[in-house]
Design a protein around this ligand. Structure first.
Ligand code: 3AM
Length: 179
């Protein structure tokens, strides 16, 4: 059977923002809230691809390289808890149109290449904890960070020794829009 990898497209976060987020998490949530995502693994998923063959991966990389999308800024000013999924997340109250368009184009290419896409609406978020299935108090105020999205990447989800980590395989620039 040919090798398959578990892949997804995502926006990466600058290390300074990752550090600020894990500090905010440590300051605002008890340690037993759930399984914390490591700072270097914090990301905003654009399209989940699932288990992908080498051939399909090559096709999706080629498509990603031809996407003509521009950079954008995103305010990280929202937080919440999805008890069913066990996820505590940071997100945005106003998703900018270029973010929605980028996710939409990646999702439709994924679907056209046989990667099943959830029917749930896209809710851009950065997962902070997983396995958070009990009640979680979300702080009444959320810091208002700005994420300047200048690139998007293809990530591999790797499960080893009881832990999941995410490896960035390739990234593509999102050039600044013309003034
Ligand atoms: O980090 P987040 O939560 O944005 O939730 C999984 C994670 O996104 C999501 O893909 C990212 C990398 O694992 N994911 C996992 N299985 C999924 C599925 N079946 C999924 N998204 C949609 N459908």
């Amino acid at each position: 059977m040919p090798a398959q990898r578990r892949l997804f497209f995502a926006l990466s976060l600058p290390p300074t923002l990752q550090t600020q987020m894990i500090q905010w998490r440590a300051d605002n949530f008890p340690a037993d809230t759930g399984r914390p995502i490591a700072a270097a693994s914090l990301h905003l998923t654009l399209a989940f691809l699932g288990e992908v063959s080498e051939q399909k991966e090559a096709a999706l990389r080629s498509i990603a390289g031809r996407i003509d999308a521009k950079g954008f800024s995103l305010q990280i000013d929202d937080a919440g808890h999805w008890p069913g999924a066990g996820v505590v997340w940071l997100g945005t109250r106003r998703a900018p149109r270029p973010l929605l368009q980028l996710a939409d184009i990646l999702r439709s290419h994924a679907a056209r290449n046989g990667c099943y896409q959830s029917t749930l609406p896209f809710h851009p978020h950065i997962s902070l904890f997983r396995a958070a299935t009990r009640a979680v108090a979300i702080p009444p105020t959320t810091p208002n960070w700005t994420l300047d999205a200048k690139e998007f990447g293809l990530y591999q989800s790797i499960y080893e020794r009881g832990r999941t980590r995410y490896a960035l395989l390739q990234s593509w620039p999102l050039p600044a829009p013309l003034a």
